[in-house]
Design a protein around this ligand. Sequence first.
Ligand code: AMP
Ligand code: MG
Length: 342
Amino acid sequence: MITRVLTPEEGGVSEAAAILRAGGLVAIPTETVYGLAADALSQVAAASVFEAKGRPQDNPLIVHIAGEDMLSPLVPEIPGRAKALMEAFWPGPLTIILPKSDNVPDSVTAGLPTVAVRMPSHPVALAVIWETGRPLAAPSANRSGFPSPTAAAHCLADLNGRIPLILDGGSCEVGVESTVVTLCGKTARILRPGAVTPGDIAAVLGGVEIDPAVTLPVGENETVSSPGMKYRHYAPRARVIILEGDDFGPFRRLPDLNRPGTHCLVFEEELADCPVPALSLGPKKDCAEHARRLFAALRELDDRGAELICARVAGKGEGSLAVYNRMLRAAGFEVIRGGDVL
Ligand code: AMP
Ligand code: MG
């Protein structure tokens, strides 16, 4: 199959809608990362997403809608808490999990009785959904396990020959996937951190829990609320080690950091001090910029032939939790703390 790349100016939106209506797959830009879209009401179309990505069958897809009218057929009822979150954060990077109605095929929800729904804010994503006239199931448009795509070139690198069209809408504004919150329990619970923070959600609902799997590894046979949390994820080919701590100084003594093949991902302020080739995540305090650059930087370091990537993180605070969560998984939870360096 030949994979075409079109911009919206080149008629990409109508092309995309025609392919999607016929049950095909298209990579589309959203404000978080690029999504690999399929008709969410077609069992067959949604199932082919798993094949194109090499995605484990038990990891459900997020359904993207363009208007609140599109939500009603997907769920038996819209609870008050969901309405409050929709009012506050939609369109935007928040995915809400609710009990599903029978219309939603099992291939979308991986057999779960619940469905994850989001209204993206990216104008091209919204235009594609409107023109297709259906909700679109869309996980990130990468090969499963690799860093998520934040530019059309990343989708092409991973899915060339596997899908007919990539819609090029430039670089993604947020850079990490949506916050996922489930409303299926008594208290709202964050299953995946994103640009909408726990504090943002608590301000609307009065409280929110954070699933322990956000910052802790999940055991082989453990049941998790969000199947995606148990997989190696977001990882480049190179091994990744996290360097955690306020100060970069102590890490300069690490033998790993002075070996050929090691590259670093550091804060802007640390670039000049880094003993090996490095890329910048942006200024230390600018967490939004870290999110924007993270996945592209991991891909770039792979392209440069890095064997080991030593990556700085800004910690588990409100603003940096999303990047911390992605980095932990990319690193398979390998963390060195500044205080531990002799
Ligand atoms: P991706 O689309 O690749 O960003 O991944 C979607 C994420 O949402 C994965 O971590 C899924 O496990 C999670 N997810 C989607 N639907 C559900 C659901 N019904 N219940 C729990 N987690 C879900
Ligand atoms: Mg993904």
